[in-house]
Design a protein around this ligand. Structure first.
Ligand code: GLN
Length: 279
C-alpha cells in the first residue's frame, strides 16, 4: 500500500491531507525538500531510505502528531521546536498574537506577561515583533520552559524573562501593561482529549477541570492584581466559552470586554481592560 493510502486508512484523513503528510514525512526521512521529492518521484530508493520512510510513516500511522515527529511547527511566520512537553502551536493562536500586537504600539515600551508559555510561541512572537516590549513568560513545567528558552535562543529573542511558576504563584512583578495566555480550556472528560493530536500532548496544557474553565478562573481572578490601570488581558478560549470568560472578566474589574472570532468564525479570544482609574 502506498504511503498516502496508508495514512488515509490509519488516520481517516482525506486524500489531500494524507498525501501532504506523506510527502512531508518522506521528505524528512530523505533529508530533502518537498519540492525536490515531487521532482524525483521516480528515483529508486536505497534499502536504508526505504526503512527510514517506513519508520516515520509507522509513527504517524500510530497517531503521533506530525509536529512531534518533525520536532517543529511553524507559528506566526517562524519555526518553533516542539516536543511532547509542549502543546503544538495552533493557527488560531495567531489571532491572540495579532490582537496583542494591535494593542502594543511599536514605538513604545510595554511590559507583557505570557501565562503558560509552553513552546514560547506567543511570548517569542511578541518579543520579536515588538523589540521595545519587555516580555515575561511563565510556565509550571520546567521541561516546557527548557523548550521555550531553546526556541528563544534559536530565534534570537534574547530579552525574555522566563519564570517557573504555576500561574501567578511565583511571580513577584505586578506592573504589566498586558497579560496574554492560551491556557488549558478543555473539559477533562471531553472526547476531544482522546482524539488525534491531543492524545499525545501534555494533558495539563489542554484540560482544565470538569468544565474546562478552572485555569481561566484562576487567571482572570487575579489579573487585576498584576495589571497596571488601563492594561489588557487577552485570553484564548474554547468556541463555546466566550460568555463564561466575559462574565469572569466583568466580575474581576475588567472593562471594554469583547470577543474576537478565529478564521473558522468561532469565538476564540476574549479581551478585557483594567479600569484606567481616576485621572
Ligand atoms: N485549541 C486546542 C484544541 O482544540 C486547545 C488549546 C488549549 O487548550 N489551550 O486542541
Amino acid at each position: 500500500m502506498d504511503a498516502t493510502a496508508r495514512l488515509q486508512a490509519a488516520l481517516g484523513l482525506d486524500r489531500r491531507e494524507a498525501r501532504l503528510e506523506a510527502q512531508i514525512l518522506i521528505a524528512r526521512a530523505l533529508g530533502v525538500e518537498r519540492a525536490w521529492l515531487i521532482a524525483h518521484d521516480r528515483d529508486t530508493l536505497s534499502p536504508a531510505q526505504t526503512e527510514a520512510i517506513a519508520a516515520l510513516l509507522a509513527r504517524r500511522a500510530g497517531g503521533e502528531p506530525v509536529a512531534y515527529i518533525l520536532g517543529e511547527r511553524e507559528f506566526y511566520g517562524r519555526v518553533f521546536r516542539v516536543t511532547p512537553d509542549v502543546l503544538i502551536p495552533r493557527p488560531e493562536t495567531e489571532l491572540l498574537v495579532e490582537a496583542a500586537l494591535d494593542r502594543l504600539p511599536p514605538d513604545r515600551p510595554a511590559r507583557v506577561l505570557d501565562l503558560g508559555t509552553g513552546s514560547g510561541c506567543i511570548a517569542i512572537s511578541l518579543a520579536l515583533e515588538r523589540p521595545l516590549a519587555e516580555v515575561t513568560a511563565l510556565d509550571a513545567s520546567a521541561q516546557a520552559l527548557a523548550v521555550a528558552r531553546e526556541n528563544a535562543r534559536r530565534l534570537g529573542a534574547d530579552r525574555i524573562t522566563w519564570i517557573l511558576s504555576d500561574w501567578y504563584a511565583d511571580l513577584s512583578v505586578k506592573n504589566f501593561d498586558m497579560i496574554v495566555g492560551n491556557p488549558p480550556y478543555i473539559a477533562a472528560a471531553d472526547p476531544h482529549m482522546q482524539r488525534e493530536d491531543p492524545r499525545f500532548e501534555p494533558p495539563h496544557a489542554l484540560a482544565a477541570g470538569a468544565d474546562g474553565l478552572a485555569a481561566m478562573r484562576a487567571i482572570v481572578a487575579a489579573a487585576a492584581t498584576y495589571l497596571l490601570p488601563g492594561g489588557w488581558l487577552l485570553l484564548e478560549h474554547g468556541f463555546d466559552q466566550a460568555r463564561a470568560v466575559a462574565d469572569l472578566m466583568a466580575r474581576h474589574d475588567l472593562e471594554e470586554i469583547h470577543t474576537l472570532t478565529d478564521l473558522a468564525g468561532l469565538d476564540r479570544v476574549s479581551l478585557g481592560r483594567l479600569a484606567a482609574g481616576p485621572a
